[in-house]
Design a binder for this molecule. Structure first.
Ligand SMILES: [Zn+2]
Length: 100
């Protein structure tokens, strides 16, 4: 028997944007496993509810439950991508404004 409440409470660092109903449906759809590595969630391996694309969309289709490890890896990759984009943007601005 899976104890829903402590598992669904998730990690303290989780942003509280997804509704509880969406979290429950996501967990059921994923069979209480991480959506990337498929490791089962336990009291020790709490799910992190992740926005698949962008944090503005809190709908069911944008929600996935990840284990802390996969969530961390995804965030690191996303932050790296964002830093790269920002660097490109600032480089573009330099090129466009240098000779004005
Ligand atoms: Zn995982």
């Amino acid at each position: 028997m899976v104890e829903l409440d402590p598992i669904l409470r998730g990690n303290k660092k989780d942003r509280k944007e997804f509704s509880c109903a969406i979290k429950i449906d996501t967990m059921i759809n994923q069979d209480f496993c991480c959506n990337i590595c498929h490791r089962g969630f336990t009291k020790k391996v709490r799910p992190h509810f992740d926005h698949i694309q962008g944090r503005e969309d809190n709908s069911m289709s944008n929600c996935q439950a990840l284990c802390p490890n996969c969530h961390n890896n995804k965030s690191v990759n996303e932050n790296r991508e964002e830093a790269k984009k920002q660097k490109e943007r600032s480089t573009n601005i330099d090129i466009n404004t240098k000779w004005i």
